[in-house]
Design a protein around this ligand. Structure first.
Ligand SMILES: Cc1cc2nc3c(=O)[nH]c(=O)nc-3n(C[C@H](O)[C@H](O)[C@H](O)COP(=O)(O)OP(=O)(O)OC[C@H]3O[C@@H](n4cnc5c(N)ncnc54)[C@H](O)[C@@H]3O)c2cc1C
Length: 344
């Protein structure tokens, strides 16, 4: 007896943080691996395609989707091993990332406190190796389980197999579209913790919060990060957005030096591979887009790397804004901005 409850012609507006309306022809909420197996055995991927959705905080829906949307809702938090210093903590793909950070901090487990308040689900975190304030998922990642669409088997990926990089992983390249991540295991640390407070804003915020002479703990770091993010980034519940729209581009050192002769104040962070990472927000600001609107879409006035839906924007309008910004930056600096957000 089929138990799957597939909904037809469903608006995905509540499920993406841009708040964009886009209808999916079919929609299935996936509560566990058994539901995935049943769907795969009885129906499988339709010719019109598959859209896997977590919290919808890193997608731009530009059109109605003619295929099937699988909305990941696999729950569960379990310590699967521990020793004196660490715990291996396995989480269902549908768990809320930020709530999981708070649970870890409450349990006294360190490692992900700098990643507090990043929206979305645990299952999407490895996709782009989420990162903030000097920490990336890969720093605490142990392994993940993923459903292999061509065979219907669950495969395990260790850190090396995930090929994590700056806002990327194997799931965005070599095996794109082949896997649905079902569970993620993190290796978190018991006290004494190693804190990552080198990031300027975090150090400043901690100095305000922790009395002189006292050492901060993981709770202080999480709270400092939350305070910084609340002051800097628009809340998607109030102003639709998907965080940073573009990645910070990497340019050859020679190109960066050349740009410096025209723009002496251009920032740049030298990378171990000899390239220089340039803040996309600075490039966008220089081209005059900061705080500017195109129809109902705009580049945020405080953080121009965040593109926002001022209300009533369509996905096509958001895309047109992103393309116009990309073209301005290419024209001015000969640098091509790569979207961090997944355009559907
Ligand atoms: C205000 C704001 C701030 C943000 N700040 C940061 C930040 O500091 N650092 C950062 O790295 N990101 C940041 N983001 C981006 C976003 O929160 C992360 O990329 C997050 O991991 C996306 O999770 P999600 O569940 O919403 O993914 P979704 O948007 O639902 O999906 C993202 C991609 O992953 C795929 N996917 C989702 N779940 C699965 C799964 N289980 N299996 C296979 N594929 C899957 C989707 O198909 C899509 O391609 C921010 C976003 C917002 C709105």
């Amino acid at each position: 007896m089929p138990t799957l409850s597939i909904e037809l012609h469903k608006d995905l507006r509540p499920f993406n943080t841009f708040g964009l309306s886009a209808y999916t022809a079919r929609y299935l909420q996936v509560a566990d691996e058994a539901a995935l197996q049943e769907w795969w055995q009885t129906q499988g991927t339709p010719p019109e395609g598959l859209l896997v959705l977590g919290g919808g905080s890193n997608v731009l829906l530009t059109r109605d989707f003619p295929g099937l949307t699988l909305h990941m809702a696999i729950r569960g938090q379990e310590v699967i091993a521990e020793d004196d210093r660490t715990v291996l903590w396995q989480l269902g793909a549908g768990e809320c990332w930020h709530d999981s950070v708070l649970s870890a901090v409450d349990s006294g487990w360190g490692g992900i406190e700098n990643l507090a308040l990043i929206p979305g689900t645990v299952g999407a975190a490895p996709m782009q190796n989420i990162g903030a304030y000097g920490v990336e998922l890969k720093d605490v990642f142990h392994s993940l389980q993923a459903f292999h669409l061509p065979t219907g088997h669950i495969h395990t990926f260790d850190k090396e197999a995930c090929r994590f990089g700056y806002r990327t992983s194997v799931f965005k390249h070599e095996v794109k579209g082949q896997y649905i991540i079902t569970r993620v295991t993190l290796r978190l640390h018991k006290a004494p913790h190693v804190l990552h407070t080198g990031y300027g804003a975090v150090a400043e915020e901690l100095a305000l919060r922790v009395p002189a002479g006292q050492s901060p703990g993981i709770t202080d770091v999480a709270q400092a990060v939350m305070a910084i993010r609340r002051s800097k980034l628009p809340d998607p519940a109030e102003l639709g957005n998907a965080g940073s729209f573009f990645k910070n581009p990497l340019v050859p050192a020679a190109q960066h030096s050349k740009l410096r002769t025209h723009y002496p104040e251009i920032p740049g962070w030298p990378q171990p591979d000899g390239q220089v990472k340039v803040p996309a927000a600075w490039l966008i600001e220089q081209t005059g887009w900061k705080g500017k609107r195109l129809g109902h879409a705009g580049a945020h006035a405080r953080q121009p790397l965040v593109l926002v839906n001022y209300g009533g924007a369509t996905g096509q309008e958001m895309l047109a804004l992103a393309q116009a910004i990309r073209q301005s930056v290419r024209h001015t600096f000969d640098i091509d901005l790569e979207p961090e957000v997944n355009v559907v």
